[in-house]
Design a protein around this ligand. Sequence first.
Ligand code: GDP
Length: 368
Amino acid sequence: MEHPENDKEYKGLQVNGGVGSQPTVNPYRKSMPHHRRRQLTAGEYVEGILKGDVSVLGRAVTLVESTADEHQALAQEVIEKCLPYSGKSKRIGITGVPGAGKSTSIDVFGLHVLRQGGKLAVLAIDPSSERTKGSILGDKTRMEKLSQQKDAFIRPSPSAGSLGGVARKTRETIVLCEAAGYDNIFVETVGVGQSETAVHSMVDFFLLIQLAGTGDELQGIKRGIMEMADCIVINKCDGDNVDRAKLAAAQFRNALHLFPPTPSKWVPEVITYSGYYELGIDEVWGMIDRYFDYVKKTGYFETKRNQQAKYWMIETINEHLRNNFYHTPEVRALLEQKEMRVLNNEQSSFTAAKDVLDFYFDHMRAKG
Ligand code: GDP
């Protein structure tokens, strides 16, 4: 219907046509050349990292996480050059089932560490992140207070690849962070499976966060994970949960008595605390300091680091061999044929495997 205001005879204010909807592209915007950041050289990466430049560190970690061959070659060069400056941090693994309070605790533990004058990197290993397209572990939004601190570097889990691959990237990121002056490294993981073993193989101290009052106190935590723990901390010891937390602590202490002695001979402790209300944080950290004093005195600190270095060398070799093997097109073609033969009962799995391996080694020899 026509507005009566638009009638020629109408004496009042007229309705204006207005303007159509705005173009989606701002016509005043000067066209910008497609902007790509120049790739730094290995030397520039190393220089930035050693200066503690967070943006260069972040880019170097992205490089480490990249699966592109040329990035990997550059990343390895950067890592190699950073190695002599690494190794001086306290590496602490933190695990617990979802909801145990990992992010809340890391937030307050982290602030505690920073108050003592250090720098802290929080990394994560979350093998599920490939499926869910992005890890929630080590996510800045979960560690609100810490993420505002200039001396804290928080990085979610690398997402591409197998658990072994993800873990190796985190281990390499530790080297970069240490070279950048981070003297405390937290590696977070979900306490549900394999990833603990990976974390355990790269940290000096392994902290298991547990909860009380969920019925069976040894809930959902595999025996293997408890065996790896240098300390079990019972979180949420606050309000009307205090008694239950203390009871759970006693039960864990009893359970730990039944375990064989740890390789370090350190007797794992059980401590209650509240991450949310920041109660008992000094006790937890006092215990961690005691552990580091102890293993440095006994020499176990070095022993374990050496074992880990060996482990990662072998792991890296395994991964490269596997990648090389499965990415060789001739091998893949032969594998397909052999799979058919095995499925049709024309050849056994073992002779088929041997044929493919023989072919691979011959192929490599001919290439070399
Ligand atoms: P995550 O999944 O292990 O990272 O656990 P979160 O840190 O996200 O904590 C899970 C829930 O438990 C959140 O609602 C927290 O507020 C709560 N929570 C964490 N720590 C404590 C604590 O010490 N006491 C109490 N009462 N609640 C807590």
